[in-house]
Write a protein that binds this ligand. Sequence first.
Ligand code: SAM
Length: 270
Amino acid sequence: MKKPRSKLGQVFLRDKNILDKIVRYAGVKDGEWIVEIGPGRGALTEFLLKRGANVIAFEIDPALTKELKRNFGLLIGDRFFLFEEDFLKVNLGDKLKEIGAPDHLKVVSNIPYYITTPILTKFIKERLFFGEIYLTIQKEVARRLVAKPGTGEYGSLTLYLMMFFDVEVLFDIPRTCFRPVPKVDSSFVRLKVREEPPVQVEDYTFLEQLIRHAFGGRRKKLKTVLKNNFGKLPFEKIETDSGISLERRGETLSLEEFEKLARSVKRYLR
Ligand code: SAM
C-alpha cells in the first residue's frame, strides 16, 4: 500500500460507525446516482455501493485509481464509474452523458480540504446538476458556512453559499477517525440547493462585488469601503434609501442588508 500524499489532502476515513452514519444521514438509496469526489481507497465508496447506489467518482491520484479498480473491478462500468481526473477541471455534463447518468444527482464525499473553496465554487456554478450535497469538510470551515453576521467566522463564503444553498452542519467527526490522523477535526454538512433565493437579488455580479469589497476591508466602515472602491457617492442618500448606516462594518450586514445596499449604490453609480 502506498504512502498517503498529504499534498493531495489524503487522509482516509477508517471508522466504520462514522461511514455508516454518513450514508444514513445522506439517505442513500438503492438505485440512486451519487457523485463522489476523491474516493481515495474507497472506504466511503464501499458503503455507498453496499446501499445499492450508482457511484460516479473522480480521483486524481493514479496509484489510488489502480487500487480502486482492483478492489471494485466487478462493479466498474456497471454501478461504479471511475474517472481519473481533477474534479475541478471536469465538465460534469459531458461525463454524465458519456455514462448515461441522469443530470440531477446527489453528492456524498469526504473532499480534499485543500481545495474546499474551489469545490464549493464549482457547486455554486453547476448547481443545476444537484439536489443535495453532503460533504465532510474541516470543522472550522463548516462553522464559517453557517456563521451569523457580526461573528468572526462570518464571511463572503457564508453569504455566497447562502444565496444558493440551505446549509446545515449535521455532525462533527473527530480527527481520530482518519488515518493518518490530521491536524484538524471535521464536520459532516448538507447543502440543499434552494429553489428560490432567500432574498430577491437584482444584480448578482454587483452584489458579489460589493460583498467582496466589504470583506476585503473587514475592519473598515462601509463608507470607506465604498469610497475606496467606487469613488465619491451621495452617501447620505444611500443611507436613507437603503436604511443602512454607512458607519457600520460589512461583517455586521445580513444578506438582505447587502442586497438593499447594493441596489442603492448601483443607482448612484455612473
Ligand atoms: N473518500 C476517501 C475517504 O473518505 O477515505 C478519501 C478522502 S481524502 C480526504 C481526499 C481524496 O481526494 C484523496 O484520495 C485525493 O487523492 C483526492 N483528490 C485530491 N485532489 C483531487 C482533485 N482535484 N480531484 C479529484 N480527487 C482529488
